[in-house]
Design a protein around this ligand. Structure first.
Ligand SMILES: Cc1cc2nc3c(=O)[nH]c(=O)nc-3n(C[C@H](O)[C@H](O)[C@H](O)COP(=O)(O)OP(=O)(O)OC[C@H]3O[C@@H](n4cnc5c(N)ncnc54)[C@H](O)[C@@H]3O)c2cc1C
Length: 480
């Protein structure tokens, strides 16, 4: 039997070993919830773990990690299951599922949020909204806070407050040895540096403590939609205006294959191929300056429709695109940082969008602002300086189209090379890009990450991820 694969005899042995000390669920292929539990966001990932240990508390995670180490089973670690490459699920081996660790508590006086290592963004937002607080994270509710935060975490509030990993105050971490430690700027500072962007390489976080910020619960947003004739002109205006914006406004563009039925979309535009500009005011929703700014951004170009409105952030804005990126479809994504959104780059994007047969969207994400306040060398997360990011988020259901659609997407990104920047966001590395991990961090940071990895996970137990090899790794560990 190959290493890391769990057969019936080993499954039995592990179940006996865990009896009495593991409070969560031990889920093998015969368990009634096995099929449901092994699903992840991307239907292209169809993995069948030999065993899923669904944990309910840090003690369960310790027991699961001990089992993994003692039996030589590099575990996959599942939080929200949104990893685009499906790294949360093991093929034949051990999956440690954190979905039982979703408790979120808010210390409103100190503006601290304690979130279980399996929390989803929606769970965190729902807990903070009643306190008029927010933890800056991503742009939809179903993404796991665990994977997102450990890889960096970009989203609606990044321009004003920085990345999710910039909000780390401390982390409770289960190491490969089974030891539980608290990591912060003062305690294990090198590891704290590595956890701010270095992903799940160093252990399993069972509790995040985040700094929260005053916000909401309402958010002012603006939307304008453009048809094929007017899309390029609107995007040119967008590109010109983005560098002039204050950091309390965010502005994204989405070149959509088909417009979903969102609250501000007239029925005749539902299902149509449109470009959407989406702006958000990151301060008080009733601030007249915000209304003026959002109206100004909605006025760009010749739109089919425009709307400025105020909505609950946690209850509505954070769910707007959930339906477009629901679990269970075939997805292929590709990210690139934008060095220059030049006219020719816009023309290429629009050409691709007009012809793209697959569903989904090409996203231009306006970042910059506070992300760049943190010095580049202060965290493992890299390439903070870019103002715009590009993400091809493609979707379809017919497996027969996989090769054609993935090639089409890759070619589109390759064609944009003259205008894209250095590096790649580690959280968006796809299954065909695992040779780009060094590029995601840059050689110097990767070398430092390797040294931290060698100290805390010398055997590379946590390797089902965008893997950083221990600096002292023997050849056989390095190649697995
Ligand atoms: C629809 C969609 C929307 C997205 N939106 C955004 C966005 O707005 N902003 C953004 O920055 N990114 C976004 N992403 C990318 C996202 O950050 C990554 O896909 C991330 O890996 C998802 O984390 P997860 O916990 O859901 O993933 P999972 O598949 O559950 O886990 C992925 C990896 O994270 C690690 N991990 C997860 N939890 C822990 C933990 N507690 N301790 C240790 N390791 C852990 C493990 O290595 C695991 O392999 C999005 C992805 C999708 C699919």
């Amino acid at each position: 039997m190959s290493a890391g694969i769990i057969g019936e005899a080993l499954r039995q042995r592990i179940a006996e070993q865990l009896a009495g000390q593991f409070k969560g669920d031990i889920i093998g292929p015969d368990h009634a919830e096995y099929e449901e539990t092994r699903q992840v966001w991307n239907a292209m990932v169809d993995r069948r773990p030999g065993l899923i240990l669904r944990c309910t508390a840090a003690a369960d995670v310790v027991a699961a990690v001990n089992v993994a180490r003692e039996h030589g089973l590099p575990p996959s670690v599942r939080c929200g299951g949104h990893n685009v490459a499906g790294k949360g699920m093991s093929e034949g081996g051990l999956t440690i599922d954190l979905s039982g660790l979703r408790e979120v508590t808010v210390d409103a006086d100190r503006k601290l949020v304690h979130a279980g290592g399996g929390s989803l963004l929606g769970t965190v937002d729902a807990a903070t909204a009643p306190h008029k607080l927010v933890v800056p994270a991503g742009i939809m509710s179903q993404t796991g806070a665990g994977g997102l935060a450990l890889g960096g975490g970009i989203g609606w509030f990044s321009r004003k407050h920085g990345l999710t990993c910039d909000q780390f105050v401390s982390l409770e971490l289960v190491l490969a040895s089974g030891e539980v430690i608290e990591v912060s700027a003062d305690s294990h500072p090198d590891l704290f540096w590595a956890l701010r962007g270095g992903g799940g390489n160093f252990g399993i976080v069972t509790r995040f403590t985040f700094a929260a910020h005053d916000f909401g619960p309402m958010m002012r947003i603006g939307v304008s939609l453009y048809d094929e004739e007017h899309a390029a002109a609107a995007l040119r205006e967008y590109a010109a205006l983005v560098p002039t914006l204050p950091r309390n406004v965010g502005w994204h563009a989405a070149l959509k294959h088909d417009m979903p039925a969102l609250p501000f979309v007239p029925p005749e535009l539902v299902g149509r191929r449109v470009v959407m500009l989406f702006s958000m005011w990151l301060d008080d929703a009733e601030d007249p300056a915000g209304e003026e700014m959002i109206n100004r951004l909605c006025d760009v170009g010749e739109s089919l429709v425009k709307a400025s409105t105020v909505m609950p952030f946690a209850g509505a804005v954070q769910h707007l695109i959930d339906v477009e990126f629901e679990d269970g479809h075939r997805y292929y994504t590709k990210e690139a940082h934008v060095a220059d959104l030049a006219d020719e780059a816009i023309d290429r994007l629009v050409d691709f969008w007009q012809d793209m047969p697959m569903e989904g969207e090409v996203e231009i994400i306006g970042l910059g602002g506070a992300i760049g306040d943190v010095p580049e060398e202060a965290t493992a997360f890299s390439n903070r300086g870019y103002l715009l990011w590009l993400n091809f988020a493609m979707r379809w259901d017919d497996p027969a189209r996989d090769d054609e659609y993935m090639t089409m997407t890759r070619d589109a990104v390759t064609g944009l090379k003259p205008w894209t920047g250095r590096g790649v966001y580690v959280n968006m590395l796809n299954f065909d890009e695992m040779d780009r991990v060094v590029e995601a961090f840059g050689e110097d940071k990767y070398a430092r990450l390797g040294r931290v990895k060698a100290q805390y996970d010398p055997e590379n137990l946590f390797r089902i991820n965008a893997n950083i090899l221990p600096a002292t790794a023997p050849a056989e560990v390095a190649s697995s």
